[in-house]
Design a protein around this ligand. Structure first.
Ligand code: MG
Length: 163
């Protein structure tokens, strides 16, 4: 019998002017965004790494290297869809995902439901299988000064045959 597996992911990206702010597949209407090779969606990247880690696979940088022009400014939901397929191909299905976003700005709460819906769609899950919280860093460190946004995620996966 193959037991369920748990995985953890973490990511952080710097806040810069003039980039789109995409978190959990949702674009926020602000004039600053996250710096990175892809759309820099740190929440989605943390979830990708939690899933890959649960399956014992290499991390997101291995699957989608930031030296590959194919991933320049890519929508990270496409990366999450690919990770979901990689797990399914290896006989894993996702049980649930829980994530925490740490951001001083923008205000996350108004878009929390939309983010859960986008993430659920990419992983072919029900919205009820996604936990998502947002907190600030209370003004401490670079995240607290609004200079970066970070995310933590955990995921549990099950072998296809188990019910
Ligand atoms: Mg990243």
């Amino acid at each position: 019998m193959t037991l369920p597996r748990i995985g953890h992911g973490y990511d952080i990206h710097r806040v810069v002017p003039g980039r789109p702010m995409v978190l959990g597949g949702v674009t926020f209407p602000v004039d600053y965004g996250l710096d990175g090779h892809s759309d820099a969606d740190c929440l989605t990247h943390a979830i990708c790494d939690a899933l890959l880690g649960a399956a014992g696979l290499a991390d997101i940088g291995h699957f989608f290297p930031n030296t590959d022009a194919a991933f320049k400014n890519i929508d990270s939901q496409r990366l999450l869809q690919r990770v979901t397929r990689e797990l399914a191909d290896r006989g894993w299905r996702i049980g649930n995902v829980d994530a925490s976003l740490i951001a001083e700005r923008p205000k996350i709460a108004p878009k929390l439901t939309a983010m859960k819906e986008a993430l659920a769609a990419s992983m072919e899950l029900d919205v009820g299988q996604i936990g998502l919280k947002a907190t600030t860093n209370e003004g401490a460190d670079d995240i607290g000064r609004g200079e970066a946004i970070a995310a933590h995620a955990v995921a549990i996966i099950f072998p296809h045959e188990s019910t």
